[in-house]
Design a protein around this ligand. Structure first.
Ligand SMILES: Cc1ncc(COP(=O)(O)O)c(C=O)c1O
Length: 355
């Protein structure tokens, strides 16, 4: 089997002690909320020594409230990070082939390769979904992965995905990863495909609390689908997959949406600030406009791996080298939007290697 790997995972993708600021992971710039930290400290002694709720009862209820209250409990699956649910989805529904519009998040491919599936890529066109190409290549696929907002390119058109769902053969499972949807600018009116799970039983929508609520180390994600689809995914869950502290942190986090609202404000202001400064002040870099909590920087010359290594070596700044994204090249790095002082740090570091 062809080995495929991708170079992600934040500070542990390199020597962790070399990283001062991590711009390679797209996590809430405010990190974990104070309320969640307080709850974790209070519950640590008890929750550390008892088995967690294998049914995730309280967390499931909280997720349903968070999503508007109308979903049934058996439409939700909870994972040890969103990533676990990608693997469970693949184990449940993929036998022969998957279709992946690329570039995108690499775990869809890694999970599918693990079970020996054939991978087909449908290249984006000008970083938009190429509906005709996807439909043409979808024959014989068990599943298609749509990441929206897409990592690393940003938001796709809702209407285009809607059109695609209507046109795809209903035997193809459609996995829609909305891990970053909470960070989309409010004026873009991001719409979720969770609304469609009862109309289309072949849709599974993924969310991650590790991004939105800064719980990357605790690991927490969920997916929502029609109950009959969710029931099948559940069969691949291992017992006690989500630890008690993560479940409790999730419950507390979901009660505090203001944490996301505050982060969104920072993201919008800071992204505009970075965009203006990079594009006006630098010769070697252009920031590409984005609607979410990360953006691409195009290198006018040089190589993204060298730029990543240089920023790390000289300044302890870690950025995501995009050269291992299928369909990208050595011309792009991806950076998270962080706090103002951290962003100033990144600007200085970029300026120090600008030519
Ligand atoms: C699009 C996308 N989905 C899912 C994940 C994984 O999320 P989690 O940390 O919850 O496993 C990532 C992580 O980078 C991602 O970029």
């Amino acid at each position: 089997m062809i080995q495929y790997s991708c170079f992600h995972g934040g500070i542990y993708s390199v020597n962790p002690s070399s990283v001062r600021v991590d711009f390679s992971s797209n996590i809430n710039p405010l990190g974990i909320s104070k309320k969640v930290l307080k709850a974790l400290r209070k519950n640590l002694p008890t929750l550390s020594s008892i088995y967690p709720d294998n049914e995730h009862t309280i967390l499931k209820k909280k997720i349903i409230d968070y999503l508007g209250g109308s979903l049934s409990q058996d439409s939700v699956n909870i994972g040890n990070g969103a990533t676990e649910l990608i693997y469970n989805f693949v184990r449940t529904f993929v036998r022969n082939q998957v279709l992946i519009p690329s570039p995108t998040f690499c775990e869809y491919e890694l999970a599918s390769r693990k079970i020996g599936a054939k991978i087909k890529h449908a290249p984006l066109r000008n970083w938009k979904l190429d509906i005709d190409k996807i439909l043409e290549k979808s024959t014989n696929s068990d599943a298609i992965f749509l990441c929206n907002p897409n990592n690393p390119t940003g938001l796709f058109s809702y209407e285009l995905i809607e059109k695609l769902i209507e046109k795809l053969d209903s035997s193809i499972k459609i996995f829609i990863d909305e891990s970053f949807i909470e960070f989309v600018d409010e004026n873009k009116h991001p719409r979720t495909f969770i609304e469609k799970i009862n109309e289309f039983q072949n849709i599974v929508v993924l969310r991650s609390l590790t991004k939105s609520f800064g719980l990357a180390g605790l690991r927490l994600g969920y997916c929502v689908s029609h109950p009959s689809t969710a029931k099948k995914i559940l069969q691949n869950k291992i017992s006690w997959n989500v630890n008690g502290l993560a479940q409790m942190a999730g419950v507390t986090a979901l009660e505090d949406f203001s944490h996301i609202r505050r982060a969104r404000k920072i993201i919008k202001t800071e992204r505009d600030f970075m965009y203006t400064n990079i594009n006006n002040r630098m010769n070697s870099f252009s920031a590409i406009e984005s609607d979410v909590n990360y953006y691409l920087i195009r290198l006018h010359h040089g190589n993204s791996t060298q730029v990543r290594d240089l920023l790390l070596e000289k300044n302890g700044i870690l950025v995501r080298d995009c050269s291992d994204f299928k369909g990208m090249n050595h011309r792009y790095i991806r950076v998270a939007v962080r706090t103002h002082s951290e962003n100033l740090d990144l600007l200085d570091s970029l300026e120090s290697i600008d030519t």
